[in-house]
Ligand binder design. Sequence first.
Ligand code: 5GP
Ligand code: MN
Length: 345
Amino acid sequence: MLSALLSSEQTETLRRLVTHAQHVVTVCHTNPDGDAMGSSAAFMLLMRRMEKQVTAILPNRFPDFLRRVPVSAEMLRADRQGKKIDEALAQADLIVMLDFNTQSRMGDALAEKVMATKAAKVMIDHHISPDIPCDVVISHPDMCSTCEVLLRVMLDMGWAEGLTPEEATALYTGLMTDTGNFSYASNRPEIFEAVSILLQTGIDKDRIYRDVFFTHTEGRFRLLGYLLYVKMEVMKEYHAALMTLTNEEWKRFQTRNGATEGFVNMPLEIEGMRLSIFLREDTETKGLIKVSTRSVDDFPCNEFCAEFFNGGGHKNAAGGSLRMSMEEAVEVVHRAVKKYEEKLK
Ligand code: 5GP
Ligand code: MN
């Protein structure tokens, strides 16, 4: 049996806030991933089950491979639907922040709007060092995903009674994607108890896997081949690999932001590799380079990204961004790897 996650004070406050809320808004981080989308969808469905008005806000576009996440088509994009978002925020009496720990992860413009509302605020997340002022902060960096935290919250609150297959599908998506289909950050037995609870609603987890991972375009596949064959730089002496992707290359393969999900993990399959770094020009924001890093064992990607790439994240998966040319960014990577030489050996 899964033990209680929430303190009695958290349970009480959360119950009071949700009971009195009529208009609920959820927000997740920019470049939403499977966990951000899954937790947003699950919370949206839960609120509907409780007969609340609910609006899910995404800071920007979600990648195509997440189009089968329940209710994803009903979510609003802050970078496109500003007016609707202003309306939703004006009406909101409760805002639930999902899968991020700091305001900047919403994007500055949206963060300003969200923080300016008088609505009560709840954070449900699994990143270290939560620093957003909220009425309830439910932060569990030990957990594999926000969807795992959210299911535990639902269990504690009694909201998992009546858990629907649609809600379970959304939650399963986050557990599955944030663990690379249970291949990292997934050794805690409780994760599989959570999965078991989700499966009991009758969901087809094999189908969810195919819906997310087997729906790619030909362009993505050819781009992967090109990156691995032509672009991957293996820094053998540092047990590290680097891949880069420019706007010209995105276009050549008819792809855009989101289409390279999972690529950064692949160089770690080379024996002895401890760190993989992926730099890509952002297809929606000119002059921005997104950085993704992945590691094995105890190499601290979050510290590495905080020090060199204006970012952070988890020990084995972190990211950040740079505003400079790709050539300059590659130099930063070389300097960074050198500085972390000891930890890479
Ligand atoms: P990804 O490489 O998949 O974009 O991100 C992996 C993880 O790194 C995310 O779950 C998030 O925790 C963290 N991350 C990614 N980008 C940023 C960023 O720009 N800033 C911070 N603080 N964390 C990031
Ligand atoms: Mn997550």
